[in-house]
Design a protein around this ligand. Structure first.
Ligand code: ADP
Length: 160
């Protein structure tokens, strides 16, 4: 059986929390599609192409991870590619309500799909892309928050 899963998000930029989820999925599934979307609610620091490059540079050894930029509904991508499982990470109870709403919405659009919620590792559960950007903006230490290629990219962005 070819077990494929979609892990969608803004990844602006990818953090070590995202990396951990992808590594864990990679152990269980045949293919992990990291689906980058332009978030309508958030102003992005990196372009979708920059985000894609950073994810690929941060995960060089994961051969069954595919990074895709998709400007549409996640469920439309899933229908087109014949993938029925979506994964989201849960950091805190505050994520739960949002994820439940999203999951029910997606199921309405694509009844055959299921959402798999994966708990963040305790040591990463405070890490968010938004927090990381704040640290970078003020020249704080990014070590251990984002993969090395992202540290470089953030420092470059902030020095412009
Ligand atoms: P979105 O804008 O869709 O929330 P994000 O890029 O912020 O996209 O997050 C993508 C997914 O990764 C979400 O399911 C989110 O809950 C999860 N995630 C974010 N940060 C972490 C973390 N530190 N540990 C585990 N999962 C995380």
């Amino acid at each position: 059986m070819n077990r494929r899963v979609v892990y969608p998000g803004s990844f602006d930029p990818m953090t070590v929390g995202h990396v951990d989820i992808i590594q864990r999925l990679h152990q269980t599934f045949d293919e992990v599609v990291v689906l980058i979307s332009e978030s309508s609610q958030k102003t992005a620091l990196f372009t979708t192409q920059e985000r894609k490059n950073l994810i690929e540079q941060s995960l060089p050894s994961l051969k069954r991870v595919k990074v895709v930029i998709y400007d549409g509904l996640t469920t439309d991508y899933m229908k087109r590619e014949n993938i029925s499982l979506i994964v989201r990470g849960l950091r805190a109870v505050s994520d739960f309500e949002y994820e439940m709403g999203m999951s029910n919405f997606n199921k309405k659009l694509f009844p055959e799909m299921e959402t798999l919620l994966v708990f963040a590792k305790p040591e990463f559960d405070f890490i968010s892309s938004r927090g990381v950007k704040e640290v970078a903006r003020h020249g704080g230490d990014l070590q251990g928050l984002v993969p090395p290629p992202v540290i470089k990219a953030l420092q470059n962005k902030m020095s412009k």
